[in-house]
Design a protein around this ligand. Structure first.
Ligand SMILES: Cc1cc2nc3c(=O)[nH]c(=O)nc-3n(C[C@H](O)[C@H](O)[C@H](O)COP(=O)(O)OP(=O)(O)OC[C@H]3O[C@@H](n4cnc5c(N)ncnc54)[C@H](O)[C@@H]3O)c2cc1C
Ligand code: SF4
Length: 481
């Protein structure tokens, strides 16, 4: 017997977790389908390699000219990447949002260019649910880095973060928070909707395609087909389908479902970052702090450099040892052994760069996934400037050696962006597909241009906005049979 819901949401991360829960808590019958497992704080241990297996998608790579690669990281769990992220909770800069109208002609309900003001009530709501607060409880490693920023005539300030007073500042955010002090959609929105609302959650199931039918009135999404852990395939039907599988996976899902719009899988933004590490004489224990409690915003807008630095994060030992490099390339042999022996003496700066959304994701002629990046000279200049400034900060703070990682994308955005122009966007201002009726996109794929700050708060604000729109649409649409 086929199942019918008001809404099916694919993916339970920053976007999908919020949309599914908001609608379920307002009384709608919602099916939330998630490829990852439903693990909770009791399951989270700081066993780095096992957490990589249990809580992440296998790492994806995009080639760069010269043989280097960009590595893409994202969570695969109930809560999506919010289950394994560092919980920094920043509103976008108004200049970030101003780029959206230029990119895809995105307007608000009044026909005006979409602006930060259009998101503010939704930011307010998300910040309340996630108990966002300032993290000025800095540990030694942050003060070590601060000396370098100050020596260069600038400074750092506390970040806002979705962590409450239960946070023990022990730094295992990337393996899941064992205290629930770190908030995710799993331990906030979804937990509440499971307890109080009509949310049906199925984890460990992978959606293969959106079911698109055409009865002569145009293409219409009627449900999804998903694969259970035992390999069996199941249909489920709904009045609306929301694809919220994360920036790369949503584009791939739409392509697998036959969408052909010119912007599907295009305009992907990486928000490329590097970790830059300085080695100090005394113990810093950067791995035993809340990973990102401070940032330097002096270069945030493009005209000022186009990058943001966060500190004092350091990767756990396996990732640290397998990614650390310097001018000569990856550390190997004795230099690597010495770097690892000194693990407790490194302090990290995370350098995130404004990019221009020249990435793409899709399927190659062999049917395999392909991610392409095409950094322009202006983006290379920003990446170089961010690395150079981070090195100088650490040297000015007294670091005896500076190393760094290759380019990583943990904040991948775009691929199915919002806009008024169907040639340059995939969905409208409410996330509704230009191509297939009753199909929505509800995650980081929506962002027309990459933000200059960590994106999850903005994705959740957009998701809250979309949930309200869907609630209105459900009130008007005929109920499922
Ligand atoms: C290590 C790391 C640290 C980060 N730190 C921060 C931070 O401090 N602050 C911040 O703002 N942002 C941070 N981010 C980024 C932030 O977490 C993401 O931008 C945000 O979670 C993206 O939301 P989303 O809904 O687009 O995707 P996700 O949150 O990634 O959720 C997508 C979900 O869809 C599921 N899915 C995918 N395909 C399918 C399918 N076919 N069927 C069913 N389910 C599927 C995935 O398993 C996943 O659970 C970090 C990210 C990483 C990886
Ligand atoms: S540092 Fe805080 S938020 Fe991160 S895992 Fe530890 S307790 Fe959780």
């Amino acid at each position: 017997m086929s199942e019918h819901f008001d809404v099916i949401v694919v993916g339970s991360g920053a976007g999908g977790g919020v949309i599914a829960s908001e609608l379920a808590l307002s009384g709608r019958k919602v099916l939330l389908l998630e490829a990852g497992r439903h693990l909770t704080s009791q399951d989270f241990k700081r066993w780095e390699v096992k957490a990589n297996h249990d809580l992440y998608w296998p790492m994806r790579f995009a080639p760069l000219p010269g043989g280097d690669v960009v590595a893409f990281l994202s969570g695969k769990a109930v809560g999506g990447s919010t289950t394994i992220n560092t919980k920094v909770a920043l509103r976008a800069h108004e200049r970030d949002i101003a780029k959206w109208h230029a990119a895809s002609a995105l307007t608000n309900e009044d026909g005006q260019p979409f602006s930060l003001a259009d998101l503010e009530p939704f930011y307010d709501r998300v910040e309340k649910v996630l108990t966002v607060r300032e993290r000025s409880d800095w540990e030694k490693s942050v003060h070590t880095a601060q000396a370098g920023f100050r020596a260069l005539g600038t400074d750092i300030e506390p970040v806002m973060s979705y962590t409450d007073a239960k946070c023990m500042s022990y730094g295992s955010c990337l393996q899941g928070c064992p205290t629930d002090g770190g908030k995710s959609t799993m331990n906030t929105y979804i937990a509440r909707a499971l307890a109080e609302g009509g949310l049906v959650l199925r984890s460990g199931v992978q959606v293969q395609r959106v079911i698109v039918e055409d009865d002569g009135r145009g293409a219409r999404a009627t449900g999804v087909e998903y694969q259970a852990a035992d390999g069996s395939r199941h249909p489920a039907y709904a009045r609306f389908v929301v694809a919220a599988a994360g920036a790369l996976n949503t584009s791939l899902l739409l392509l697998r479902s036959g969408l052909k719009g010119p912007a599907v899988g295009r305009h992907v933004g990486l928000h490329p970052l590097r970790l830059v590490y300085g080695l100090f004489d005394d113990i810093q224990d950067s791995h035993r702090v809340y990973p990102i409690s401070a940032h330097c915003m002096q270069h945030q807008v493009d005209e000022d450099g186009g990058f943001v630095l966060e500190t004092s994060t350091i990767m756990d030992p396996v990732a640290f040892g397998t990614t650390i490099r310097d001018e000569r390339g990856p550390l190997w042999g004795l230099p690597l052994i010495e770097a690892l022996r000194a693990y407790r003496r490194w302090v990290g700066v995370l350098a995130m760069v404004n990019d221009e959304n020249h990435g793409s994701v899709g399927f190659g002629p062999d049917g395999q996934e392909q991610i392409a990046v095409d950094f322009q000279p202006s983006e290379h200049a920003r990446l170089d400037a961010a690395l150079d400034f981070s090195r100088r900060v650490l040297q000015a703070a007294g670091a005896k050696q500076v190393c760094w990682t290759g380019i990583i994308s943990t904040h991948t955005q775009g691929g199915c962006r919002m806009g008024d122009d169907p040639q340059r966007s995939v969905v409208d201002r409410n996330g509704r597909s230009h191509e297939v009726q009753n199909l929505y996109v509800g995650d980081g794929s929506l962002l027309p241009r990459t933000l200059s700050v960590n994106p999850s708060l903005t994705i959740m604000a957009l998701a809250t906005r979309m949930a309200m729109h869907l609630e209105e649409a459900l009130a008007q649409a005929p109920a499922a049979g």
